[in-house]
Design a protein around this ligand. Structure first.
Ligand code: RTP
Ligand code: MG
Length: 142
């Protein structure tokens, strides 16, 4: 199985609820290594650029408002099959539909947008999203 990298974001509601440690603990316990990590309070421009593919959709504005409402924690994860392995740990987009024991089921809020975590959905988006936050010199293999 291939070693991949993927981008995780711990979203504002999970940060405000003091769930950073629990979420990172689950990732590490599942065998995903933290390769890069930082806290960022996104500007409107940064959030819009990150979610460029969703521009024009009905939920775009509320998503950008939410993502800029408090700091987030961005994490470059590395591991076997990391992109899909992490998406399994996250669960379905809508916390109400996410399987028991997933991050979104356990830490998500009342509406889809407040779903606690982000994860890249393909090798292409992982590469773009990691580079969006981290220069190559700030992602580590060890
Ligand atoms: P993600 O990118 O966060 O892993 O989630 P996803 O692929 O499952 O969801 P995506 O369709 O890419 O949407 C990105 C984020 O926008 C918010 N959202 N709100 N109907 C809605 O109100 C709605 N749909 C999506 C969520 O925060 C989602 O993670
Ligand atoms: Mg997505």
């Amino acid at each position: 199985m291939a070693i991949e990298r993927t981008l995780s974001i711990i979203k504002p509601n999970a940060v405000i609820n003091h769930n950073i440690g629990q979420i990172i603990n689950r990732l590490e316990t599942a065998g995903l290594q933290v390769a890069g990590l930082k806290m960022v309070h996104l500007s409107k421009e940064q959030a819009e650029g990150f979610y460029e593919e969703h521009r024009g959709k009905v939920f775009f504005e509320i998503l950008v408002d939410f993502m800029t409402s408090a700091p987030v924690v961005v994490i470059a994860l590395q591991g076997e099959n990391a992109i899909n392995a992490y998406r399994e740990i996250m669960g379905a987009t809508d916390p109400a539909a996410a399987a028991r024991g997933t991050l979104r089921a356990d830490f998500g809020g009342e509406i889809v947008t407040y779903n606690a975590v982000h994860g890249s959905d393909s090798p292409e988006s992982a590469a773009r999203e990691i580079a969006y936050f981290f220069p190559d010199t700030q992602v580590y293999s060890y």
